[in-house]
Design a protein around this ligand. Structure first.
Ligand code: BTN
Length: 321
């Protein structure tokens, strides 16, 4: 607990020196406990400078993912947060440990992933240790959500959070990719499990990957991927971004039932290639069309040879001509 309290005070005064006496007076702890707490935080990766005869300073560039710091930023504390150094995939981790092992609203965050997965069996680059790779488990009160619009809701949430945190214009490439300035910043993978007999949804998982402080990408994706820091020339505190997403995601998810038309309209306005000509790939087949929006199930509406057709996300991908 003392570690968490020390962090709270240092975080509230990020960049400034706080004396050991102030910390021990405010927290009612001995100087030795403060020293131990500081060392424990350093072991977690926090960049805390000791300034001789003055005290401790949490450096501006300190950006270590931790449960304590995410909770400092969170308004709604009703989440169980697990931080892992490395996982093959946070989505797979939640799925493999089955919905029964974890409580509703469990969030797993990995500092890096060795087999990050995307839609349509694609890989998601997540070896870099300065991104956000996380998955949220929902397994209670699922009747409040319309499952067909969950990915739409999550994509809109991420797009708007990134807009407001980084001040950049983001667009959603249907159905689950967030783009800015022509490059991918983030991807979302939602997965769920249905009970065979009843057809009831057992749980769903929302996996979110964001390129945050990533400085370079492998050769094969460097022309199509970017990060918040590359775009805005500054660094971000990932714990704050995680908390902002958690605090706002539920509101978007509830809209899938309470106000789907508002959700769909807001999503439509943010769509990449809206009213532009695109190439649609479906298996081995490709055809051209004009992207017109999404319908009430979140399916893509395309104008093809003068007629409107809809396409489900399981089947297709799109790109600009
Ligand atoms: C896509 O690009 O199609 C979606 C990418 C989703 C990536 C996230 S990272 C956290 C979670 N774990 C995964 O393996 N995938 C998602």
């Amino acid at each position: 607990m003392s570690k968490h309290d020390i962090l709270r005070i240092l975080e509230q005064n990020r960049g400034e020196v706080i004396s050991g006496i102030t910390l021990s007076d405010e927290l009612g702890l001995s100087r030795n406990s403060i020293w131990k707490g500081i060392n424990a935080l350093r072991e977690e990766g926090y960049l805390i400078e000791s300034v001789k005869n003055k005290g401790y300073r949490l450096l501006h560039e300190s950006d270590s993912l931790s449960e304590s710091e995410i909770k400092l930023y969170l308004k709604n504390k009703d989440f169980s947060i697990i931080i892992k150094d490395e996982l093959p995939s946070t989505n797979t981790y939640l799925k493999e440990n089955k919905s029964t092992d974890f409580k509703n609203n469990t969030l797993v965050v990995a500092k890096s992933q060795t087999s990050g997965r995307g839609r349509l069996g694609k890989n998601f680059y997540s070896e870099d240790k300065s991104g956000i790779y996380m998955s949220l488990l929902k397994k209670e009160d699922l009747g409040q959500y319309d499952i067909s619009l969950i990915t739409i809701a999550a994509a809109l949430c991420i797009s708007e959070v990134l807009n407001s945190i980084a001040g950049i214009e983001t667009r959603i490439k249907w159905v689950n990719d967030i783009y800015s300035q022509g490059k991918k910043l983030s991807g979302i993978l939602t997965e769920g499990s249905m009970e065979f007999e009843t057809g009831n949804l057992e749980y769903f998982i929302i996996g979110i990957g964001i390129n945050v402080n990533t400085e370079s990408f492998p050769e094969e994706i460097k022309d199509i991927a970017s990060s918040l820091s590359l775009m805005t020339k500054r660094k971000y505190i990932r714990n704050e971004i995680v908390a902002r997403i958690l605090d706002s995601l539920e509101g978007y998810l509830l809209m899938t039932k309470t106000s789907p038309s508002t959700l769909i309209e807001s999503y439509r306005k943010k769509m990449l290639y809206l009213d532009q000509e695109i190439v649609v790939s479906r298996g081995n087949e490709t055809f051209n069309g004009i992207l017109r929006g999404i319908n009430e199930q979140g399916h893509l509406i395309i104008e093809r040879e003068g007629k409107l057709i809809t396409q489900n996300s399981g089947e297709i991908s799109i790109r600009k001509i």
